[in-house]
Design a protein around this ligand. Sequence first.
Ligand code: ADP
Length: 883
Amino acid sequence: MLRYLYILFIISVFFGVSKGQNQKQIDSIIYKINNTSGIKKAKTFCLAANYYKRNKPDTAILLSRNALQLNTELNNDTIQSNALGNIAECYANKSQFDSATAYYVKAIVIAEKIGSQKKMASYNNGLGMVFYQLGDIQKSIVYMQKAAAIKLKEGDVLYYATINCNIAGALQRLGKYNEAIAILRDSESKLKSFDNVEIIANLYNSLGSAYQLQSKNIDSVEYYYKKCIDLITNPELDYYRLAAYINISDLYIEKNKLDLAEQNIFKALSVVNKLNLGIEKIKTFEILSHLYEKKNDFPKALNYKKLQLSLRDSLINSEKEQIIQELDKKYQTEKKDSQIKEQELIIEKDANKRNKLIILFILVVFVLIIVTVYFLFKKQSQKAIERAKQKFFSNVVHEIRTPLSMIQAPLSLLKKNKNTEEEQYQINLAEKSIKRLNELVNQMLDISKIETQKYKLNNAFGDIRVFFEELGSYYSAIAFEKNISLITQINFQSTLLYFDKDALEKITGNLLSNAIKYTKSNKQIGLTVNINELEEDVNLEIIVWDTGIGISKKDQENIFERFYRGSESLAHASGVGIGLSLVNDLVLLYNGSINLKSEVNKGSTFTVNIKLKKPDNVVLELNNTSHSTDQKQILIVEDDASILEFNSRLLQNNNYTVLQANNGIEALQIIEKTLPDLIISDVMMPGMDGLEFLTNLKNNEVTNHIPIIFLSAKSTPNSRIDVLSLGAQSYLTKPFLPDELLALVKNQLAILTKKQVEFEEKIKEPEKTVEEKFVGTEPYTQKLFKLIFTNLDSSELTVEFLADLMATNRSHFQRKLKSITGFSPSELIKIIRLEKAKEFLIAKKGNITEVAYMVGFSSQSYFTKCFTDYFKNSPSEMLQKHH
Ligand code: ADP
């Protein structure tokens, strides 16, 4: 009977394959399987099968089948042959040799097809091993020799020697020990130049077993086994001396060296345990059982026999468990993967939501930017259009100006010719129209200049009083043409100021033109100018009033807008609606204000307030309070149109300004707007008769100073007494002599002037105290002076303040005071302040600064200047004089 020896049959090309699987490699393979697809995945399946095929053939078969499954679509021959070869080897390891044969045959066919010599050698070797296992040793040797021939041809000596070891094993089974030894010796000689310990060690084990079975050179047996064991020094390669450990144990058992056998078989067991080699462990348990049987230690022998058999069963079961574990692991991994994917999906959803919000935000910002840019662009283009319009406007206006002057020039030449009356009339008409056109064109140019900020105020030094007097008389003539009387009141003396003549002319002129334009014939309009000296500058107040058509509340809000025309005006006069807007623009250039009070069918009052600069060397002509330049205003109240006309002409021809009223009511309305110096009134009138009118005047402390001359058809003494007792100054019976009326007028006015002179003289009386000088001759002035004295030290003592306290409108207050005293309120305040200061200084009530403050001056330098101008002595000179 042939001896049973353990020969290490090496099938796989990779020697490391038989070593225990490294967990890391397994993990990486599982990872790859889970994370790759297609050819890569199939290849990974093959690689994994390669790792598992020795110890976990079922797992390896499963993995290879997966590879084949995948490859049905891929049709990759290399994968196909690898997978088939692996399955074949696994079946061989599982001792399912029929299946192994079938798979090896398939694998060899494909390997041949793709011409892989390496694979053909490997599979032929494997198939040879299967036939060896099946007991068909002849066939086994045939296939292994085929493999060896390929390897020899390829010059793969290591593999050739390995296969030779396998062939030697087979030959041993046939009892052909010499042949086996010959092949092994041939291999030994070929391997001399190699230092591959695994192959050489295997060769030595094979030689040992061959010699052992040959039973000739029994010493060589132990020698070769030992050589095999000693050659392997690296514990990593322990596998290659495992067979030698097992065989040498067998040898020692045979030789009855049981202890040595025991030592070696336990070394084999430790390698088997270390590498966790199932099949080899079974063999080891078998030897151990045999050993202890020999040692007569039957319990141990039985124990190892049991271990051997149960291991054989459990190997298959444990492998199944392993498969389940692997599958479970895979399932868990997949589960985790899907959880991760789910989470990723949630994160992705969140991110999508966030992204949507961000996109929305960006969109909103983008839209905002576009809208802003659009409006900026629109604004810019509007500005550009506006600029282009202004340019076009000013170009057109300039273009109109040239032909206009070309019409005007020949007209003025024509005018010099000897023309018939009709011709002259036509020429004048043409000239008038050209003048109007010129005015319009100039206004338009001014507007365009103001809009482009090119309009500059050219303030020049001049007498503002003279300026308004000239302007008044110019417009008075225009008004006269329409039978309208212009009442000009300039409530101050010659005053030198800095002002833009042109601008003031445009402001006042436009207001006066409108007043004339929107007032019916035989009515009055007025120009009242006041100045109020402030410390640094002067407030100029221009009041233009009329008794015309008036302006409705709604129109009042718009009339300062360009091209706006009031609804009332449309039926009355033509126009373009630029005059008031120009006035407004110019007033704004002066940082001033314009106010309007108007009532439909009653009239309008425009009040302009602007500040003008005082020249430093302004001289207050306080002592020269001559009234000669003052045109006196006389109001004629008369219902008879012809008498009204006649008397008006008579007075106007004698340099009086005439105001006209048809009855007492109208007269009171005019008086509300301006205080005349004198009134000539009829007694019998419709509406309000003369007596009622007179009572009204005398009962009003603002008007009670105005002298009245009555003209009446009634010549009865009673009526005369009635009138005179009511306070009228004179009574003339119609028909009267014009000179008589003129003389009466002159007398009354002279009385007024006389009163003024008296007042002026009184304040110059040196022996009188200031309070005695300014005592007042009637209740109104008495009250006024009292107010001035009580508020003297206050800088709030202004004309407005006094007018308010006296319950009189400012312009009436101005006129009334001037009429009674010859001084304007501001002049009066200043004179009283300076007189009082002089008194304080002389009485040593304080030093100059203190006195200045005591009399209401807030600046000492201004006080000194006014004091010196008035007394012709400076405060210190005054002090010295009275030392
Ligand atoms: P125009 O007189 O050419 O129409 P203005 O700009 O001077 O243009 O005046 C604008 C509008 O104001 C006039 O159309 C008119 O309705 C109204 N207006 C101006 N002044 C007076 C006034 N004194 N009385 C009545 N309405 C006036």
